[in-house]
Structure formats: structure tokens, C-alpha cells
Design a protein around this ligand. Structure first.
Ligand SMILES: NC(=O)c1ccc[n+]([C@@H]2O[C@H](COP(=O)([O-])OP(=O)(O)OC[C@H]3O[C@@H](n4cnc5c(N)ncnc54)[C@H](OP(=O)(O)O)[C@@H]3O)[C@@H](O)[C@H]2O)c1
Length: 333
């Protein structure tokens, strides 16, 4: 439960707030913006509780709690949203869709979706839809994307960290790809991740277009996408072979020059990126800003493919069907 001794006036939900970028964003909000009630949402309840305890050590009066959420389960997303929206919380004014997986194994969610697409896009799509009617304006939604959403043909984009270009045809194909095995998975798994991050961009821009047309929802709800930069040391390499994971977690954070050499991109520190993400979600300096792709703390153009409205519409409509959104639940037509 949140710490009852504080008088937090508004709530921010951070998916994947138990570690990595999400944890650092939660920690920054707890230590810098005491008026916010923080809900971190992830699968491991132990890790969630440990994160809350670690943050309370730095901010003893912080209003913060962990709630279980598995974005790879539509039922879990529904349970989480129902539990959050049925409680008397300070108004929900920020949603940070941060959790993500990068898998190099060919797995499926409990609903049968390819895991990367299921967790990184579909889970957040459903969560956003279910929470939208409960946001209190002025509210902000931040979708954490990545420089990997760029293609190598995009002008001036070298910071892909050695990742393959995204490859997207339809949401159906992304959700139900044919099985793969063997060495292909290293490439295909990383490509699926890049594609899911491009899907985060299409979701962001389509959400803005639909919000602009919908008069039923409170205004303003701003929506931005965020690229934290390359952050070696986080849990993102958890599915890789142990030696690769070890280098990512223990060596690269200490030797930036090696990161540049191996991945072709300059690393950023997780606390710095977490603070940037936190500010984007709650700081008055970003009030009213919408439709931007923020790299670090600067708005820059996103990949040319991300502005494709036709694909964004297809992704949206197909996602609605894939997550089985019921008619009364459809916040945005
Ligand atoms: N690390 C980088 O270099 C980098 C670069 C660019 C962008 N990003 C983006 O930054 C964001 C955070 O990544 P990170 O590096 O901080 O990763 P991380 O350290 O692995 O943290 C991921 C978080 O997401 C949670 N999570 C994973 N699967 C989940 C699921 N099915 N349902 C709910 N929560 C889930 C994890 O907790 P549980 O496992 O307990 O669920 C954890 O809290 C991601 O969107 C990633 O794409 C990272």
C-alpha cells in the first residue's frame, strides 16, 4: 500500500518500475516530486516490493507501492486496470508505458501472441485503452520507445546500438509469426524488438490523432514517446546467453569506450535517463507538450516510417481486435 503519511495529490503509474529505467524514473519522482503517488507495476512481486523499499530508503515519506502486472497476459492487464480504477487513489494524471522485453527465444504469451509484440505493444495498448477513461486532465502518457525503431536508411541515425532494422507488415503477422529456430533467433529476436519499438511510435501518434477527434475524454491528455538512449547494465539482456548478459551487465556499464566499439553507440547512465523520463511525465516544464519523440531531453524527429498514418491505423484497428476490446470499453473509436 502507498505510504499513508503523505498527501500525494496525483498518481503516476510506471510499468516496469521495479528495475532499470523504470526504477530510476520512480526513484527520481519519489525524491523530487513529493506530490505524486507512485504505482510501479511489474510481474515479480518480490522485485516490486524490493524496489519500493529501496526507494523509501531515499525518500522515506514517498507515497509509493508496487502492484502485480503481466503485460503478456490480457487477463492480468484487465485485473490490474480494474483494481487500480476501483480504488480511491489520487487522480491518475500520468501513465508511463516503460516495461519491455527483448527476447532471443521464440516464445508466445499466454494469449498466444509472439512475446515481444505481445508485451511491448499489445499489453500496453490494452492498458492504455482501459485507463484512458480514468485519467484526470491534465494528464500525460509517455511511451518508452528506443532508437532501435529507426531504420538505417533514416538520415542521421547511427545510434541503433547494432540492432537490425524493424520489419513490419501487419499486426496479425507480428502477433502470429511462423516458428523460427536456431541461429536465426538472435537476429529475428532483436528485429522483433526493434519492430515493437516502432509499434510504440505508431501507437503514440495514432493515439494523439484519436484523442484530438474525441470529445468525450477530458483534455488535455498529452502523449509523447521517449528514447532513453543506450543503457548497458539494465535487465534488458536477460534472455541472452550468460556470457553476453554478463558483459552487458558488468563490463559495458564500466567501460563506455567498449560500448561504443561493440555496439556503435554512446552509452547513457540509467539514473540520468530515468530522471529525464520522470521529468517528461511529471515536471511542469513539459506541460502541454504532445506528439514529440524525446531523445534524452531533446525533441527530435522520429523515424520516417513512424509517421505512416496508414500503418498506424492498421496497427490500432488490429490491436483492438487482438486484445478483444469490448465495445463499452473502447475509449477511442
Ligand atoms: N536498456 C537500454 O539500452 C534501452 C535502450 C532504449 C530503450 N530502452 C527501453 O527502456 C525501457 C526499460 O528497459 P530497461 O532497459 O530498463 O529494462 P529492464 O531493466 O529489463 O526492466 C524491464 C522492466 O519491465 C518489467 N517487465 C518485463 N516484462 C514485463 C511484463 N510482461 N509485464 C510487466 N512488466 C514487465 C520488468 O519487471 P518483471 O520482470 O518483474 O516483470 C522490469 O521492471 C524499455 O521500454 C526498453 O525498450 C532500453
Amino acid at each position: 500500500m502507498s505510504n499513508p503519511t503523505t498527501a500525494a495529490a496525483k498518481t503516476v503509474i510506471i510499468t516496469g518500475g521495479s528495475m532499470g529505467l523504470g526504477f530510476q524514473a520512480a526513484r527520481h519522482i519519489a525524491t523530487t516530486y513529493p506530490q505524486w503517488n507512485i504505482i510501479i507495476a511489474n510481474r515479480s512481486t518480490t522485485a516490486g516490493q524490493e524496489a519500493v523499499q529501496a526507494i523509501r530508503k531515499q525518500a522515506p515519506s514517498a507515497s509509493i507501492e508496487a502492484q502485480p502486472l503481466d503485460l503478456g497476459s490480457l487477463a492480468s492487464v484487465r485485473t490490474f486496470a480494474a483494481s487500480i480504477t476501483s480504488r480511491k487513489l489520487p487522480p491518475i494524471q500520468a501513465l508511463i508505458c516503460n516495461a519491455a522485453l527483448q527476447v532471443v527465444s521464440d516464445t508466445r504469451t499466454v494469449d498466444g501472441f509472439e512475446t515481444t509484440f505481445g508485451v511491448n505493444h499489445l499489453g500496453h495498448f490494452l492498458l492504455t485503452q482501459l485507463l484512458l477513461p480514468h485519467l484526470v486532465a491534465p494528464a500525460r502518457i509517455i511511451n518508452v520507445s528506443s532508437g532501435t525503431h529507426f531504420s538505417s536508411t533514416d538520415v542521421g541515425q547511427a545510434d541503433k546500438g547494432g540492432m537490425p532494422d524493424p520489419a513490419y507488415t501487419t499486426a496479425q503477422a507480428a502477433a502470429f509469426p511462423p516458428p523460427v529456430s536456431g541461429g536465426d533467433l538472435q537476429f529475428i529476436g532483436r528485429q522483433r524488438y526493434a519492430t515493437s519499438k516502432l509499434a510504440n511510435m505508431w501507437h503514440t501518434y495514432e493515439l494523439i490523432r484519436r484523442l484530438e477527434q474525441d470529445t468525450r475524454l477530458p483534455r488535455p491528455i498529452t502523449v509523447n514517446a521517449f528514447d532513453p538512449g543506450l543503457m548497458p547494465g539494465t535487465g534488458l539482456a536477460r534472455d541472452y546467453a550468460p556470457p553476453v548478459r554478463w558483459v552487458w551487465e558488468n563490463v559495458l556499464p564500466r567501460i563506455p569506450a567498449l560500448t561504443r566499439l561493440m555496439l556503435g553507440a554512446a552509452p547513457t547512465s540509467v539514473p540520468v535517463s530515468g530522471a529525464n523520463l520522470a521529468r517528461l511525465a511529471v515536471d511542469p516544464a513539459w506541460e502541454g507538450i504532445t506528439g514529440k519523440y524525446i531523445q534524452g531531453d531533446q525533441a527530435i524527429p522520429s523515424a520516417s516510417a513512424s509517421y505512416d498514418e496508414h500503418i498506424a491505423r492498421e496497427l490500432w484497428e488490429s490491436s483492438k481486435e487482438l486484445v478483444k476490446l469490448k465495445t463499452p470499453e473502447v475509449a477511442l473509436a
